[in-house]
Design a protein around this ligand. Structure first.
Ligand SMILES: [Zn+2]
Length: 709
């Protein structure tokens, strides 16, 4: 592992932060160097600290500990991510006979320098009790891998030398902090402490030395692991034949992401104790190294074990689910295997929970029993979570875990950390206390597709779906328009839950590819909003067949293609879904010179009713929104009105402002309809708040001639 410390860069980093003490700025600098290495820390893992004497508000010298706060990632940490604590007070806590986790956190919060600071790391007392100015702690893969082997001490000594002390696994908290400092005081010459099945601490009075020791010891562990491989083993580790057999397996008709991911998503989804369905996001990783690793004959034994470091259990649960899908399986067989495997995983999890909560003698609330990491030889590794972010974190950690376990394969079996330790971490009282406090967002975990994504309507609809927590994909055949809308939405809601798909709704192959892309990215689809629409102004006498066909292709055939392509996804997920068609006030109240538009919209509307009849057996509701003229939203013009507006203005002898006024005045409530109001109506149906299907909801300010009937 490369030592990235650079004197010039460090000095510039400190100089660029004049508001921050140089010592703390240097702490931020080397923390980020550690955070850059996925082999050291991932997603909030690891922590660092620095001690400093500064005058307090009364001008008295005070000794402070700055330690990484929870919620911060070492890769991107700032000085604000290091809450300062009264170090003298923390050191006095060492004299207590015991200290519960709750009281420990209370002591942290009541001895902060800044009352609004984030919670200091759970490992704060380790940093406080050790005397060194700079302390670095990571969950380095290579070191942790050695600690999971039989006879870890032997390997650690051989790999790292005599400058280390070794501590058996102890849960983070007061007892660990005391054990660490006692170990250090027994031998003050040690440069690093290895915590079995957890990680490594290095320390020094200089930032560079603490950091360099970390890199040095981790490099020694990496070299030791590499040195244990006999020549030729590298290729044996990742056999090229395995890649071939993997691709052969994935060539089987039913074992494709298009089939497997929605089936998996359906099997994972569960109804929580409050009766609310929870939806999973999936994140597939399928690079060739991973596929080759999963194709190894010993994959189950090698990768089926527990986490590398107990931190990970919160993100990945202890065990992955291994799904062996035989190449000859048809779709039904794949579905059965997946459902049974997920169910069996859940049953094992419940047994583990009952066993451990009884052993702990504490009342705990069971977390959902679904796996967070699914290994599918031939297909890849799937991270699962209640949001795209959670799924990505689970996948990142799992990929790193597969790599780490591969490195240790020559040295013996990977030994799990005992399940009582895993349980203690997974059901830590402070984590339990947070349960049930935050109600999930209305559409949390759900995946939506809005077609016609380059227009004003899509802005309003997507805004409301994003606001409600859905992951939204916008599709359009016009990529620049699509990107303009996506950029606007990303500026308001962030990009994490937003995706774009270039797709032509009039072309079944293009639609199939587009929905395939969504399944590949998110795992499935829950909400379909056929929204693409075009218009053409011409009386029948002047309307060309080509123009009529063009409007019909988008407004009617384009609704058919997306519904048809979504049905297999809904069927595989098996828990229903929502289709909300953006129809038109014209369906009930057509206008002259608007034949192609009105007829195509009426046909699509009828198609929606047929879909409502046919898809009810899948639990899929299909409803229609009849909106009147929406001109623009959030600076994006309606593509439809750009085309229609000038003709309509000419027909009514009005300027653009006059046209908007005209449409407002023609409805009962004198309302100008906005895209966000249409979005509200879509949201109502998308959330499935009422058992309604085949219905039409007007969003038009009230036009008697367009009342649904
Ligand atoms: Zn740790």
């Amino acid at each position: 592992m490369e030592n990235r410390f650079n004197q010039v860069e460090a000095a510039a980093f400190v100089a660029a932060r004049p508001d921050c003490s140089p010592v703390l700025a240097l702490r931020v600098y080397t923390s980020r160097l550690l955070g850059r290495e996925p082999e050291l820390v991932l997603h909030g893992g690891g922590n660092t600290s620095v001690k400093e004497r500064t005058p307090n508000i009364l001008g008295e010298e005070q000794e402070l500990l700055y330690i990484k706060g929870s919620g911060w990632d070492l890769a991107s940490i700032e000085a604000a991510g290091f809450p300062g604590l009264d170090l003298a007070w923390l050191r006095r806590l060492r004299g207590l006979p015991e200290l519960s986790d709750e009281e420990m956190v209370n002591q942290f919060r009541t001895h902060l320098l800044d009352a609004a600071a984030p919670n200091p790391s759970i490992e704060t007392l380790v940093h406080a009790f050790l005397p060194h100015r700079f302390i670095d702690h990571t969950h380095a893969d290579a070191v942790v891998t050695l600690t999971h082997l039989p006879t870890p001490e032997k390997h650690l000594r051989a790999a790292l030398g005599e400058g280390i002390a070794i501590l058996p696994f102890i849960m983070p908290g007061f007892p660990l902090a005391r054990a660490m400092v006692e170990l250090y005081e027994d031998d003050p010459q040690v440069e690093a402490v290895i915590l079995l099945q957890h990680g490594i601490f290095t320390f020094a009075d200089e930032a560079e030395i603490a950091y360099s020791r970390m890199i040095d010891y981790v490099t020694r562990a990496e070299k030791y692991l590499a040195g244990q491989r006999t020549p030729g083993n590298r290729s044996q580790l990742l056999p090229s034949e395995a890649t071939n057999s993997a691709s052969e397996a994935s060539g089987a008709e039913a074992i494709t992401t298009a089939v497997v991911l929605p089936l998996l998503r359906g099997a994972l989804s569960c109804v929580d104790s409050a009766g609310v369905r929870r939806y999973f996001s999936l994140d597939l990783r399928d690079d060739s190294v991973l596929l080759a690793a999963l194709a190894r004959p010993d994959a189950a034994q090698l990768f089926g074990g527990g986490v590398l470091t107990p931190d990970h259990v919160i993100r990945t649960k202890n065990y992955p689910l291994l799904l062996n899908l035989e190449p000859g399986f048809d779709q039904e067989a794949v579905g059965v295997v997946i459902r049974e495997a997920v169910e069996a995983y859940g049953n094992r999890y419940r047994q583990y929970f009952i066993r451990q909560s009884q052993a702990a003698g504490a009342e705990k609330i069971m977390l959902d029993p679904s796996p967070r990491v699914i290994l599918i030889p031939g297909l890849g590794l799937v991270g699962a979570g209640f949001s795209p972010k959670e799924a990505a974190i689970a996948a990142d950690i799992a990929v790193q875990t597969v790599r780490a376990k591969l490195q240790g394969v020559e040295l013996g079996p990977f030994l799990d950390l005992g399940e009582e330790h895993i349980f203690a971490m997974e059901y830590w009282s402070l984590e339990q206390a947070k349960l049930g406090q935050g109600k999930p967002a209305l559409l949390a975990g759900r995946v939506a597709l809005v077609t016609g994504g380059g227009g004003a309507m899509a802005v309003g609809i997507a805004a409301k779906l994003l606001e409600a927590g859905a992951r939204v994909f916008l599709s359009d055949r016009d990529q620049p328009r699509l990107e303009a809308v996506a950029a606007r939405l990303a500026a308001r809601f962030g990009a994490a839950n937003l995706g774009t798909v270039v797709m032509d709704v009039t072309d079944q192959a293009s639609v199939a590819a587009g929905l395939g892309q969504i399944v590949q990215t998110a795992g499935g689809l829950d909400i379909l909003v056929p929204n693409a629409g075009i218009a053409h102004v011409a009386r029948l006498e002047e309307l060309s067949g080509a123009d009529f066909a063009r409007v019909m292709a988008v407004n009617c055939h384009g609704v058919f293609t997306v519904i048809k392509a979504a049905i297999p996804i809904f069927r595989r997920q098996g828990y229903g879904g929502q289709v909300v068609i953006n129809s038109s006030k014209n369906v009930f109240d057509p206008g002259p010179a608007f034949g192609a538009y009105s007829a195509s919209k009426a046909a699509a509307h009828q198609l929606g009713k047929i879909a409502a009849l046919e898809l009810a057996e899948l639990g899929v509701a299909v409803n229609m929104i009849n909106a009147d003229a929406v001109f623009a939203a959030d600076g994006i013009d309606s593509g439809l009105w750009e085309v229609v507006g000038p003709d309509r203005m000419r027909a009514r002898k009005l300027d653009p402002a006059g046209l908007r006024e005209y449409y407002r005045n023609r409805n009962l409530l004198k309302a100008e309809v906005s895209a966000e109001q249409v979005g509200n109506a879509v949201l109502f149906f998308a959330a499935g708040l009422t058992p309604t299907t085949g219905a039409t909801l007007p969003v038009d300010g009230g036009i008697p001639a367009a009342f649904p009937r």
